[in-house]
Structures are given as C-alpha cells and as structure tokens.
Design a protein around this ligand. Structure first.
Ligand SMILES: *[C@@H]1O[C@H](CO)[C@@H](O)[C@H](O)[C@H]1NC(C)=O
Ligand SMILES: *[C@@H]1O[C@H](CO)[C@@H](O)[C@H](O)[C@H]1NC(C)=O
Ligand SMILES: *[C@@H]1O[C@H](CO)[C@@H](O)[C@H](O)[C@H]1NC(C)=O
Ligand SMILES: *[C@@H]1O[C@H](CO)[C@@H](O)[C@H](O)[C@H]1NC(C)=O
Ligand SMILES: *[C@@H]1O[C@H](CO)[C@@H](O)[C@H](O)[C@H]1NC(C)=O
Length: 338
C-alpha cells in the first residue's frame, strides 16, 4: 500500500471515530434534556379520554361569524369545505399557519407529510397579501388544491393572532366533527403516521376532552430588548412573565376545546404573539391545562440523528424541529419509515 493511501485510510478512521463520539454526545445531551416518560396520560391526567358512548355534544356555534376579535367585518375570502362529507366525524384536521409567499413550503407539505390520508384533512391559513402577483398566485393555488383558508385581514407578522383565531373559527363553523385539531406552521415536519397512531391508540379514536398538548413553556420572560424580534412593550403586555403556554408551531387541541377558546378569544383584548395569547392567556381563562408532549417532540439534535443514522436511533416523535427549510422538511420526511 502506498504511503498516501495508508494516510487516507487513517484519516478516514479518525473521522469515523470522531463522528461516533459526536453522535453519542448528542444522544446523551438529548437524553438529559428530554428524558421524560412517553406516556402522557401518566404525566398529566387533567384531560379525559372519550369512549364510544360519550363523545362531544354538538350545538350550533355560539359565535358571531362576521367578527374576528376586534375586526367587525370579517369574512373568509376563500373557504373550502373539506370536512363536509364527514358528518360521522374524522380523526384529525390540521390547520397550518402559512405566509402567502411560502408557496414552496405548502407544496412540500402537500407532497410529504400533508399528503391526503384517511380521516385526516389539511388546510393552510393565510391572510390577504398586499402584493397583487402573490394574490393572483394564491387564487390559482387555491383553485388547484382547494386547501387554502383565507381571511379578510392583512397578512402580517403582528396579525398572526388573527390567523390562529381564524383557524379556531374555521374549525368551529366548518369542521366541528374533527376529533383532534393540530395547529402547526408551514416550516415544520409532522410525523403523520405516528401522530395518527398516537391519537387513535395512545389517546382515543373517539377523541378527548379538555386536551391541549404541545411543547409547554413555563416562566417565559417577556422580551423588552429593542433588538428582539419578540420585543413587547409594557403597554402591550404588563407582567414580566408570560403564563404557561404552548410553543405555537405544534399544538394538539381536542374537539371541545376549540369553540371554547374561540368564544373567549373573541372578547379578549388583542395580543399579537399568538401562542402566548391563545394557549396562555385564553387557555388559562377557560381553565384548560396544557399537557407537555416532552420526548415526543423531535429536537434539532435528534433530527440530525434521524437523518444521519436512521429512525431506530432517533426514537418516537410526533413533530420535528420548527423553523426548518423546505429541503430539510423533505430530508427528514424521507428518513421516517411508514
Ligand atoms: C367515556 O367512556 C369511557 C369508556 O367508554 C370511559 O373510560 C371514560 O372515562 C369516559 N369519559 C368521560 C369524559 O366521561
Ligand atoms: C364589509 O366587507 C365587505 C366585503 O368584504 C364590503 O363590501 C363592505 O362594504 C364592508 N362593510 C363595512 C361596513 O365595512
Ligand atoms: C362530498 O360528496 C359529494 C357527493 O358525493 C361530492 O360531490 C363532493 O365533492 C364531496 N366533497 C368533498 C369536499 O369531498
Ligand atoms: C395561474 O395558472 C395558470 C395555469 O393554470 C397560469 O397560466 C398562470 O400563469 C397562473 N398565474 C399566476 C399568477 O401564477
Ligand atoms: C392587520 O390586519 C388589519 C386588518 O386587515 C389591518 O388593518 C392592519 O394594518 C394589519 N396589521 C399590520 C401590522 O399589517
């Protein structure tokens, strides 16, 4: 063997060892960060599981259709009805907050985890774009896929609470038969197979009552620094800490919770950070506990393990890390076994 070849082989072995050490450290780090029991029932029994004879009672929605918090002339500009043939109920509806210009994100979701599955419906929530080209594209896209719910408010960062509450309104009026509702964002991977298993087996195919489950954030400090993207002035929100709330990129609601959140959100003064507002302030007001999903959330490190080493090493999870690129969504999705 030539000297140079031997040197190369040696380098490869060192690299390989280094990789093993790094991955091991990542796993250990993650274990200490997320090692909580898988059984969410054990952790927090503040919700109830339903059986075949005690589902949610339906009544006409107690909500003013043309009102969205302080917008008195609200309407759905685009309003598909994917749930209309499911009067007997469907397992899951997924509502995805999306930016009008994120066509690529919606496309990758449609082709990966949001692909049509039995008893599951997926819609994207958007506002109105001020850019006429994008508005046209949205019309096109919506005609083609029929999965866009558009509300009559300007799509803007500080309007994301309108978007979230619009999702609650849409579910309440147009998809009340869904047993579970997942609110997520357009830059997230959802392990849709595992999620359906989790809902129908770990929880109950008939649904649950009083359930809000997510990555729970506690004692979060209000950001006052002018450099922060999340800066909030004392006039917008007085206290130094937020109430316990759910990270907004993946929240599971049970059927009964959505109209109750909507009803209270309609009369609660607007606050623009939607997850704090809906799953913190409003959820506290209606007295529904937030149940942590803990290790069922895929951290960035575990996502790396999943894509580099395979699903067996990454463990069970329901949704992937937030804020990821379109390519990363495809890459993680490919690593998930069916
Ligand atoms: C609903 O019924 C199931 C059995 O069918 C029972 O285990 C569960 O506790 C009941 N839940 C409520 C909220 O009554
Ligand atoms: C409400 O909105 C509709 C269309 O979105 C518009 O035609 C109507 O003039 C508006 N009414 C008021 C009072 O602003
Ligand atoms: C519901 O069923 C009717 C009749 O079968 C059909 O025409 C319609 O397209 C269906 N709607 C949806 C959203 O699947
Ligand atoms: C809308 O779709 C049509 C074909 O389906 C295409 O020719 C047109 O360019 C599209 N418009 C926009 C604004 O994307
Ligand atoms: C939010 O939407 C409302 C209603 O369309 C609009 O008046 C307001 O300017 C929007 N906010 C921002 C920050 O664009």
């Amino acid at each position: 063997m030539l000297e140079s070849q031997r040197g190369e082989k040696c380098d490869m072995m060192v690299l390989h060892k280094l990789a093993v050490v790094i991955v091991s450290l990542m796993l250990i780090y993650d274990f200490y960060n997320t090692s909580t029991p898988l059984e969410i029932r054990v952790q927090n029994p503040k919700f109830a599981l339903l059986g075949p004879y005690n589902g949610t009672e339906f009544s006409a929605p107690d909500d003013v259709y043309e009102q969205l918090i302080d917008l008195k002339n609200f309407s759905f500009k685009v309003n598909p009805q994917p749930c209309q043939n499911y009067s007997a109920g469907l397992l899951l509806v997924v509502i995805i907050s999306s930016n009008p210009s994120n066509y690529d994100n919606r496309m990758v979701i449609r082709n990966t985890w949001g692909r049509s599955l039995d008893s599951t419906k997926v819609v994207f929530l958007i506002g109105e774009s001020e850019n006429p080209t994008i508005s046209h594209r949205i019309q096109n896209e919506s005609a083609l896929f029929g999965d866009i719910v558009q509300g009559s408010f300007t799509d803007a960062y500080r309007n994301m609470t309108y978007k979230h509450v619009m999702g609650l309104k849409w579910v309440t009026h147009h998809c009340p038969m869904a047993k579970y509702i997942l609110k997520t964002d357009d830059d997230v991977v959802v392990n849709s197979y595992a999620l359906r298993q989790f809902l129908a087996r770990e929880l109950s195919p008939w649904g649950a009552k009083g359930l809000i489950t997510c990555q729970v954030l506690e004692h979060a400090q209000v950001q006052r620094s002018h450099r922060s993207k999340w800066r909030v002035s004392p006039a917008e929100y007085g206290p130094h800490y937020y109430p316990t709330y759910c990270a907004g990129w993946a929240i599971i609601y049970s059927q009964d919770v959505v109209p109750r959140l909507l009803k209270t959100a309609q009369f609660t003064p607007y606050f623009w950070i939607d997850d704090v507002h809906v799953t913190g302030v409003v959820a506290q007001e209606i007295g529904v506990a937030r149940t942590p999903l803990a290790s069922l959330i895929l951290s960035r490190n575990r996502a790396k393990v999943l894509t580099s080493m395979g699903a067996d090493y990454a463990g069970q999870f329901l949704f992937g890390p937030p804020d990821i690129s379109v390519n990363k969504i495809s890459q993680i999705w490919k690593a998930i076994p069916e």
